[in-house]
Design a protein around this ligand. Structure first.
Ligand SMILES: [Zn+2]
Length: 121
């Protein structure tokens, strides 16, 4: 189960829509209750495709729990390249696909196994 603040979902859907047809990529930050409370944007990955992220260049902080990226298609399952990044960059990973609403958001663990999402206020 992934707990995520409603306002973070709103930021994700807005960002994904605004960069479309490019991919939106961000890290996810959490609070002490293990809820995802913020997006942690890395300038180093701007304009790149998610699977091309240089994971060695990303400073890893304890409050960072995983990643979110968007797919410009209507497929929100991880690609082979996505799975490589998942295993290197945290425990929780989200993918949102077109048309970028809550219904198009899926959560995964580091192995790419689908995990339920709970929206919290
Ligand atoms: Zn992807």
């Amino acid at each position: 189960m992934i707990k995520i603040k409603e306002q973070v979902i709103e930021s994700i859907t807005l960002a994904a829509k605004s960069v479309y047809p490019d991919e939106f990529i961000s890290m996810l930050g959490r609070n002490k209750e293990n809820e995802i409370t913020e997006l942690v944007i890395f300038p180093a990955v701007y304009g790149k495709n998610f699977s091309s992220i240089r994971t060695d260049l990303i400073p890893f902080d304890k409050s960072i729990v995983g990643t979110i990226h968007s797919h410009p298609s209507n497929n929100n399952n991880p690609s082979q390249g996505d799975l490589k990044v998942f295993s290197a960059l945290g425990e929780i990973h989200l993918i949102i696909c077109w048309p970028f609403n809550l219904d198009n958001l899926k959560g995964f663990d580091r192995k790419g196994k689908e995990t339920e999402i709970e929206v919290v206020r």
